[in-house]
Write a protein that binds this ligand. Structure first.
Ligand SMILES: [Zn+2]
Length: 283
């Protein structure tokens, strides 16, 4: 009986979520489907009801709403109260191009590990859109991105109306974009991350990075981005063994002819974010 009570005590005081993501369970060969990702977050939010909440916003062209996972150490999920508490908001958008799915899987692991290890940050609320282009994630094959080294099957770039959602942020021809704008304007993130994959380009680094074009931010944010945040990110990623490199666009076919700075208009995610004085990143 004593052992039984001890076990019961341990079980009720320690909350843990042991479920592997499809990426982990497949030895890094598969990426989560939309249904797998949402079911995973639903279980996670149920297990950690005090620090995690899964909400839905608007509609998409596919007929399903956008999900948003909110992680807050203090258990407050009311935006006004979060802003009153002077917390920063980090918004991460995944699966805008579902054939570029690393962010979908990485965020599932990130959320689980932060919750399991009780490592949610004190001053930052983390918001995660599990899959933005729900439509494209259901259009799953293993042939639409032939230059890419895996996964076994993945979604398609366009949504169900063939829109590239990363050209639709300000124009909002898609319902996905309207739902995103709701999320963005309600949560007003200070930092926005839109996860992608550099397809086919022969980079020798694990991760390339496009930050918001600095001259579009106000001078305080611009200097914080270039003088403080970017050097820190590059240094820390190098230290972790995943050195970053800037994502570049050549003037012509190869960089020999010159490298041009990418001026992302508000059609693009980080361009839309910059309109709101939000620092955006496209890793
Ligand atoms: Zn992309």
């Amino acid at each position: 009986m004593r052992v039984y009570f001890l076990l019961l005590l341990i079980c009720t005081t320690m909350t843990a979520f042991a479920q592997l993501t499809p990426y982990e369970a497949s030895q890094k060969k598969a990426t989560a489907t939309y249904n797998e990702a949402i079911a995973y977050y639903q279980k996670l939010a149920t297990t950690f009801g005090k620090q995690a909440k899964l909400m839905t916003y608007g509609q998409t062209d596919f007929g399903k709403p956008l999900h948003l996972l909110i992680l807050n150490r203090d258990g407050i999920f009311d935006v006004a109260k979060i802003k009153q508490a002077d917390k920063r908001v980090l918004l991460i958008n995944n699966g805008i191009h579902p054939g570029e799915p690393e962010g979908i899987d990485a965020c599932m692991m990130l959320a689980r590990d932060l919750l399991n290890r009780k490592q949610l940050p004190k001053d930052v609320v983390i918001c995660i859109i599990p899959v933005y282009n729900i439509d494209g994630s259901f259009n799953r094959t293993s042939t639409s991105r032939a230059n890419q080294n895996g996964p076994l099957a993945y979604g398609f770039r366009g949504n169900s109306k063939s829109y590239d959602l990363n050209r639709d942020f300000i124009k909002t021809d898609s319902k996905n974009s309207a739902a995103f704008q709701q999320i963005f304007n309600i949560w007003q993130p200070e930092i926005f991350v839109d996860t992608h994959t550099s397809n086919g380009a022969d980079y020798q680094y694990t991760m390339t990075l496009i930050p918001t074009q600095k001259d579009k931010l106000n001078p305080t944010l611009s200097s914080y981005l270039t003088q403080t945040m970017l050097p820190y990110l590059y240094q820390e990623m190098k230290g972790k063994g995943f050195e970053l490199i800037p994502y570049i666009n050549s003037v012509k076919e190869t960089p020999d002819s010159g490298i041009s700075g990418f001026m992302e208009s508000p059609r693009y995610s980080t361009g839309y974010a910059a309109l709101h004085n939000t620092i955006g990143f496209m890793p």
